[in-house]
Ligand binder design. Structure first.
Ligand SMILES: C[S@@+](CC[C@H](N)C(=O)[O-])C[C@H]1O[C@@H](n2cnc3c(N)ncnc32)[C@H](O)[C@@H]1O
Length: 300
């Protein structure tokens, strides 16, 4: 049904849409958020509408909980963020009025099954910008559909960089012999048949300095990987492959280079946390654990 809304503010439209969203009427809610967003100019209201749209991007059994939490916190605080596994309030959201950030986040959100990845993207963006002048190339292990790298590459206009970025993935999920306990369902429910090497290579075609490589970590790294690395993003969701990658690549990180372990503090990836924390402490090194779930290591 098409209806014309007159004499209502975008906040009132948002409240109507919230009711629909909490009852599971996702399409109607999304349409109302889009209507309100088109008319709204205030950055904070736009942010609130965009967060809601993000939460409804791929409705999940946890979506009503996240919507409820968002509304509850907004009752008390002005700048609230709720995303997958993370809520912040009483905090400045650095991306709130960065229109370029928000637009690109929205543009690529469909490439990831987890809603509102803003804080995680902010951390990776910091690392890539910080290492711009550090010697070496960029490497990502675990690409999926290319969400994080595509966002960053467009944000920083990586096609203009003299550096190269190498992206490694099986493009067929986690190898069976590397599956950590509790991860066997993920291959079937998230990866198998959902993406392909060809699709991802095509996605990055506008970037002549980004190379998409199909192969299994660690074996594929022996066939070719930069000798000097300025930024390393490891996101394989499996402990044996990530440890093997650390063995091979941490020595190649240039001084001041940054490593981000995407899964470091996710409770579902506890096996990775245990072995990776030990890997670093055995060498007298320390990873900064973040509430985003990421771990950050800066080479001295
Ligand atoms: C969480 S996804 C990566 C998400 C991506 N970094 C992003 O930000 O959108 C994990 C990916 O790791 C890949 N993967 C897991 N184990 C692998 C291995 N041993 N070698 C290569 N790829 C692997 C899977 O195929 C999957 O696409």
């Amino acid at each position: 049904m098409d209806i014309k809304l007159q004499g209502v503010s975008s906040e009132q439209i948002m409240l109507m849409a919230d009711t629909l969203a909490l009852k599971g009427f996702v399409v109607g809610a999304r349409n109302l958020y889009a209507t309100a967003l088109a008319a709204e100019r205030d950055p904070l209201m736009r942010f609130r509408l965009r967060l809601r749209t993000g939460l409804l991007q791929r409705p999940h059994r946890t979506t009503p909980d996240m919507m409820g939490l968002l509304k509850q916190l907004e009752g008390q605080h002005a700048q609230v963020f709720v995303g997958s596994g993370l809520a912040t309030w009483k905090k400045t959201a650095p991306f709130l009025d960065d229109e370029r950030f928000m637009t690109l986040e929205e543009k690529h959100a469909g490439l990831l099954p987890l809603p509102n990845w803003h804080w995680n993207l902010q951390v990776v963006l910091w690392a890539v910008q910080r290492t711009e002048k550090v010697e070496g190339d960029l490497v990502e292990l675990g690409v999926f559909k290319g969400h994080t790298t595509m966002f960053i590459a467009e944000y920083v206009e990586f096609q203009k960089s003299a550096k190269r970025w190498f992206l490694y993935d099986t493009f067929d999920g986690i190898p069976e012999d590397q599956l950590n306990e509790g991860w066997d369902g993920v291959n079937e429910s998230v990866y198998k048949g959902a993406y392909s090497y060809e699709e991802v290579a095509e996605r990055f075609a506008p970037f002549p300095n980004i190379e998409v490589v199909r192969g299994r970590v660690p074996e594929i790294l022996h066939e070719g990987c930069p000798d000097r690395i300025s930024f390393l993003h490891i996101d394989l969701n499996n402990a044996p492959a990530e440890i093997a990658a650390l063995d091979l690549l941490v020595d190649r990180l240039s001084p001041h280079g940054v490593l981000i372990l995407d899964d470091y503090c996710w409770a579902s990836a506890r096996a990775q946390f245990d072995v990776e924390r030990r890997w670093f402490s055995d060498r007298g090194l320390h990873v900064l654990p973040l509430p985003t779930g990421q771990g950050v290591f800066i080479k001295s």
